[in-house]
Each structure stands twice: as structure tokens, then as C-alpha cells.
Ligand binder design. Structure first.
Ligand SMILES: [Cu+2]
Length: 166
């Protein structure tokens, strides 16, 4: 069994956040991570998107980054376009997978980041009141244990664009 070395990206994160009004210079270790769409004193939110859903259920993805070394926890989300939201993870079962509720919220580790990505963690938007289409933007308010309510504007992408965005 090969030994896998996990190189912590803590240094990259520590240097990359917190400069407001700084043009995107591509410097810093988090160049792969888009500019924050929302920032609180303890965390930032990056690259949110919703693939345009074929039905009345959609999934919201984004990356959250800790800024103060204390971590946080995503407890839930609300949006005017969905009557109900759930925090889900995706678990593989043989050659298929299914979504399961995340008990206790989605953890943002101290000095770390948590990615909500297709095939993994996501916020499920259920009972959509309107059909979401490519080009739409929806407002979603994320509820965090420490940061409180954080509202983000989320673009609706095609599945192909959503794949390309990764
Ligand atoms: Cu789900």
C-alpha cells in the first residue's frame, strides 16, 4: 500500500483571503479558487452554481473557506425559489449512489475548506416554485453556526457549463 502524503494547503489559504478591492492578480495559492462572492469575518464563499434542473429539484454547489482558524458549520439554507432545502451528501452503493441527509450540518474545518461538488456534498433545493433556467440568478441565504446568515447570488448553469466550471 502506497503511503499518501497529504500536503496541507493551510499556508495557501492563509495568504489568499482577506484582501478586499484587490484586482484578481492570480497570485497566491488559491488561484484555482474564484474570487469570493461573499465574505464574513470568519469565512468566504466561492464559485456557487446551480445546474439547471430537469425537474422541480435542483442542487446548489459552492466552496466555503475558513478565514479565522475557528471553522464553522453550514446548518441550512433558504431561498424564495424553493419551498424546502436539505443538506445532502452522496454515498456510493455498488454501481449506483444515493443522497443522504447530512446530520448536524456540513462542517467547515478550521483553516480548511469544504467543497460542495457534483457527486458529493450539496444543498438540495426542493419543491421549486419556478422553473430554473440557464442564465437565471437566484438568491440563497446560507445559515451558519458562527457566521449567521450569508446571502449569495447563484448563477444557474447548464450541466455542461457546470462541468466546465470544475
Ligand atoms: Cu440531494
Amino acid at each position: 500500500m502506497a503511503v499518501v502524503l497529504l500536503i496541507a494547503s493551510v499556508a495557501l489559504l492563509a495568504s489568499g483571503c482577506g484582501e478586499d478591492d484587490e484586482p484578481d492578480d492570480g497570485a497566491g495559492g488559491d488561484a484555482a479558487l474564484g474570487e469570493a462572492v461573499a465574505e464574513t469575518s470568519n469565512l468566504s464563499i466561492h464559485e456557487p452554481f446551480v445546474p439547471a434542473p430537469p425537474a422541480d429539484t435542483a442542487a446548489l454547489y459552492f466552496t466555503m473557506v475558513d478565514r479565522d482558524g475557528e471553522g464553522d458549520r453550514l446548518l441550512g439554507a433558504t431561498t424564495s425559489v424553493a419551498a424546502m432545502t436539505h443538506l445532502h451528501s452522496t454515498v456510493a452503493e455498488g454501481d449506483t449512489s444515493r443522497m443522504v441527509p447530512v446530520e448536524g450540518g456540513i462542517v467547515l474545518p478550521p483553516d480548511g475548506l469544504t467543497e460542495l461538488t457534483p457527486g458529493g456534498l450539496h444543498v438540495m433545493l426542493m419543491a421549486l416554485g419556478t422553473r430554473l433556467e440557464e442564465g437565471d440568478t437566484i438568491a440563497v441565504t446560507l445559515q451558519f453556526e458562527r457566521a449567521g446568515a450569508v446571502t449569495i447570488e447563484v448563477p444557474v448553469l447548464t450541466y455542461a457549463d457546470a462541468e466546465g466550471a470544475r
